[in-house]
Design a protein around this ligand. Structure first.
Ligand SMILES: Nc1nc2c(c(=O)[nH]1)N[C@H]1C(S)=C(S)[C@@H](COP(=O)(O)OP(=O)(O)OC[C@H]3O[C@@H](n4cnc5c(=O)[nH]c(N)nc54)[C@H](O)[C@@H]3O)O[C@H]1N2
Ligand SMILES: Nc1nc2c(c(=O)[nH]1)N[C@H]1C(S)=C(S)[C@@H](COP(=O)(O)OP(=O)(O)OC[C@H]3O[C@@H](n4cnc5c(=O)[nH]c(N)nc54)[C@H](O)[C@@H]3O)O[C@H]1N2
Ligand SMILES: [Mo]
Length: 828
């Protein structure tokens, strides 16, 4: 549970039971993309020379190569909604931010580990040869193991890396470190840190990474769709594996049908505009209060489904006491009460309750509401609200926590699962992974805490975690100096270890804060294979090398293999197989599965040479899939994985943990900071919604994309005209956003698409300290996390609170500070 969940999500889908019965075939037309298998061998001949099939988090594409240069990425026909981000791929390859050679921090190279760690992030870098770099890394890994043990190595390197079953840099790092005797890993992720821990207590499953009631069923049956803090037309542009964009086909069909859509979001998102949805803009971090106000109306007006609550849930009575003011706090959670917290008028809340109850309603929730203090409560309250409505398990009713992510709800195709490289390699002499892999895991978002407080013990989901004393950090495929909250605290924490090693393609802020930096090549400079559609499994594509690796960059596979060999683990990492042998092995395994299931696939060579993706089709059962229908039909034979086998509105397991910050039933709790607090220190909430133009910090290095959204070369901040006027700010101004944790310079985008009292700086902007390496420095470009709170959501999940932050804005009148985020460090 919660352990590298995203890398395993594909396999759980194939085992899902699909509801047979009612027909959603009428809606099938909208899913015309799922055609028969492409006759690969014919397609190849039609390909113009130089058009090469590959793929990415943003989609499957044909690379146009001119004069040996990757000049454009053209989406394949199977993708009906390719995103603009594909246009940034060539620029990301030829970016000025590329790391060209292995580089080592000067003081570290001269004086060795422990050499003035405070200079990390500010000192110059020196170029070394690959031989020197490999020696240095191997020697240091051995020294740490000998002097401090494997528990001193943090290899829980989190991040979105690149797609591809072989060049999975995080698994390759784990593979090397496991050969070396193990390492400290992480548990959970930044996406659903709170929800993925509480949902198993509530519905007995992860829920957040599972298939949704299929879009054709929603289109046919839902009378009301609620986008609760969800912006699917932006966030479905990407996928954990290859994106296929079926979610957009679902939205398109919904729009065509003219289904009523209500969106609850402090920003008027692109999805709201696209669907012509009704927009309700609450004060951020108050969704639980709004939901409770709705639940109160349902109970008060007798609109709740008591049969459903009796048969399929436990603990409603305790919750109802809390709702109606009969619990210890004595507060009745009326719509008026919810209005004082959320600013949404009580009448609107009351009407929402009636509309939800009168219609077949699908509540689609995004994840920002659980990336907040007490984030566990948001989805727990939502499931409770859906339980009171009693439509869970009915076509088009209930709730969905993944319609906005990796195109959830796109019907699952009848496709085999491609295996990939694993974190455990071949047993070889001298290697110790068999005895010592999986030493310990820390809740991921507690990384700065862990570095600052070795030996300290914290609570986590009913257990205890003791922080190890980390001496070496090894990070690949992620960018903690952008993704982790309270950057200035991280800058301090990051001075603790003796050695920091990073591989990346580009000089991210994290690479700039390393001692040893190794240049990885991009997916477009190597061969790989990947599947498309985390939930739909609709595509499979050969990712062919488009151009030779730039400068001295190498694949992580090569780099880790060289280090493993240097450490004496022989062919433990590569098992003596080449890149193409691995790729064929993965394909052949999928081919064998396919044969067993009568799925027609070409032999490997034909697949690879065809230069076309395979397209797999869903069957009728998949088109008709209704989440929780099995449980609704047979609650005793298909119990949930909770202790009671039912939906837990009250959880004894959580009650037994006795956490004051996570009570045993859905509860409104004030976040540690919010603009509604009495005497709140700052007037503006800082929303860090995900960007239309990037995947987190990835593609920031593509200058052509940056040109489309930066303001005065900086990350934009959305600000309402009222808030801007009050501060004398006009569109295009450079402004300073600040709070007690730090300050960033950003470009003002004055717009009524965001409610007053809220500003938005999208997560993922590259941290660009004016004083390099210094805690407390002004960030010249605009990383939202300089401002966010670094705190666990509660002792239950210890998830991150990226969306918990308040601050203020002022026009910037200080000295001109050029942005240097996208340049290599001064001497590199
Ligand atoms: N305030 C706030 N903070 C947030 C969020 C928020 O909403 N608000 N969202 C959070 C969420 S949901 C997430 S998932 C995280 C995302 O945080 P990350 O996953 O860390 O973000 P990415 O920018 O995708 O980082 C991937 C890095 O891997 C590198 N990379 C790509 N391919 C390769 C490869 O083949 N080899 C190597 N060595 N490197 C490679 C990329 O260049 C990039 O630097 O951020 C979180 N942070
Ligand atoms: N284009 C693009 N797509 C992505 C990503 C990306 O970086 N770029 N990242 C991917 C990843 S790893 C993840 S985890 C998902 C993240 O998916 P989400 O967490 O759902 O995405 P966010 O953009 O953080 O938030 C979604 C919406 O919630 C709104 N919101 C913010 N605060 C509140 C609040 O208090 N209440 C309510 N009701 N709404 C609020 C935001 O304004 C936004 O419109 O997206 C994935 N998709
Ligand atoms: Mo995420």
């Amino acid at each position: 549970m919660g352990f590298q969940t995203k890398s395993t999500q594909g396999s759980s889908l194939s085992r899902r039971r699909f509801l047979q019965g009612s027909s959603a075939l009428a809606a099938l037309a909208a899913f015309g993309g799922a055609s028969v298998l492409v006759p690969a061998r014919f397609a190849a001949a039609q390909e113009a020379f130089g058009s090469i099939l590959s793929g990415s988090h943003w989609g499957v594409f044909k690379a146009i190569v001119e004069d040996g240069k990757f000049v454009a990425a053209e989406p394949v026909a199977a993708d009906k909604h390719p995103p603009e981000m594909l246009e940034g791929l060539p620029d990301s390859v030829y970016s000025a931010s590329r790391i060209k050679y292995p580089m080592v921090r000067a003081g570290y190279l001269k004086n060795g580990p422990q050499a003035n760690d405070a200079a990390r992030g500010s000192e110059e870098f020196v170029r070394v040869s690959w031989d020197e770099a490999i020696n240095l890394v191997a020697k240091e890994l051995q020294r740490i193991k000998d002097e401090h043990g494997n528990e001193a190595i943090f290899g829980g390197s989190y991040g979105w890396k690149s797609v591809g079953k072989l060049h999975n840099c995080r698994n390759l790092l784990g593979r090397m470190l496991n050969l070396h005797g193990g390492y400290i890993n992480h548990t959970g992720d930044y996406s659903t840190g709170a929800s993925q821990v509480i949902m198993p207590h509530v519905v007995g499953r992860l829920e957040v990474y599972e298939q949704q009631t299929a879009w054709p069923v929603v289109v046919e049956n839902s009378e009301l769709v609620v986008l609760w803090g969800a912006n699917p037309s932006i966030t479905n542009k990407i996928d954990w594996i290859l994106a296929e964009h079926g979610g957009m086909e679902g939205l398109e069909a919904l729009k065509e049908k003219g289904t009523r859509v209500i969106a609850i979001d402090p920003m008027r998102s692109e999805t709201i505009d696209y669907l012509g949805a009704e927009w309700i803009a609450p004060r951020p971090q108050t969704d639980v209060a709004i939901m409770l106000g709705i639940c109160h109306t349902l109970a008060n007006e007798g609109l709740h489904d008591t049969d459903f609550l009796d048969e399929y849930t436990v603990g409603y009575e305790v919750f109802e006491d809390y709702l109606m003011g009969n619990a210890a706090d004595g507060i009745e959670k009326t719509p008026e009460w919810a209005e004082t917290i959320s600013t949404i008028p009580a009448d609107v809340i009351r009407q929402l309750a009636r509309d939800f109850a009168e219609n077949r309603t699908m509540l689609m929730s995004g994840w920002s509401m659980q990336r907040m203090d007490h984030g566990e409560q948001a989805h727990w309250t939502l499931v409770t609200l859906a339980s009171m409505l009693g439509q869970i398990g009915l076509p088009g009713g209930g709730f969905g926590l993944s319609y906005h992510y990796s195109n959830g709800g796109t019907p699952t195709a009848n496709a085999p699962i491609l295996p990939g490289i694993t974190a455990t390699g071949k047993a070889v002499e001298g290697a110790a992974w068999l005895e010592k892999s999986g030493l310990a895991s820390i809740p991921l978002a507690r990384i700065a805490d862990m570095l600052l407080n070795p030996g300290e013990t914290i609570d986590f989901n009913g257990g205890k975690v003791t922080y190890p004393d980390i001496k070496l950090i090894y990070w690949v495929g992620g960018n903690p100096f952008v993704h982790h909250q309270d950057t200035n605290r991280l800058v301090k924490a990051w001075q603790k270890p003796e050695t920091v090693i990073v591989h990346d393609m580009v000089w991210t802020p994290t690479a700039k804060f390393a001692d040893i930096v190794l240049p990885a090549n991009t997916s477009y400079e190597r061969n790989d294979i990947e599947q498309g559609g985390s939930y739909s499994l609709r595509l499979m594509a050969g990712m062919h090398k488009i151009v030779d690796p730039l400068f001295e960059s190498r694949s992580d596979f090569d780099i880790f293999n060289a280090i493993s060999k240097k450490l004496g683990y022989g062919d433990g990492l590569d098992e003596g197989k080449t890149e193409m042998q691995w790729i064929q092995q993965f394909y052949d395994a999928a081919y064998d599965q396919g044969r067993a299931r009568r799925i027609d696939m070409p032999a490997f060579n034909e697949f690879w040479d065809s230069n076309e993706p395979l397209v797999f089709e869903p069957d009728e059962a998949a088109m008709n899939y209704v989440r929780y229908a099995d449980y609704r039909e047979q609650p005793l034979l298909e119990p949930l994985g909770t202790p009671s086998g039912k939906i837990e509105i009250f959880s004894r397991a959580i009650e037994n943990m006795n956490y004051d910050d996570c009570p045993p039933h859905p509860t409104w709790m004030e976040p540690v900071e919010w603009t509604g607090a009495e005497g709140a220190k700052y007037p503006l909430h800082i929303n860090s919604a995900h960007s239309k133009y990037r995947l987190h910090s990835q593609l920031s290095a593509a200058a052509n994309l940056r040109e489309r959204y930066t303001i005065n070369g900086r990350e934009p901040v959305w600000i309402n005209p009222e808030d801007a006027d009050a501060r004398g700010i006009v569109d295009g101004d450079i402004v300073r956003v600040f709070n007690d944790r730090g300050a960033v310079l950003v470009g003002a985008m004055v717009t009524d698409r965001i409610r007053e009292g809220v500003i938005c700086i999208s997560e993922g902007g590259w941290y660009d300290p004016a004083e390099r390496g210094q805690p407390g420095s002004l960030d010249k470009y605009g990383s939202a996390n300089v401002l966010a709170v670094d705190k666990g959501t509660s002792r239950l999940a210890q998830g991150n609170c990226g969306h918990t932050a308040i601050g203020d804005v002022e026009k910037y009148t200080g000295e001109t500070l050029p942005v240097t985020a996208f340049e290599p460090p001064p001497t590199a």
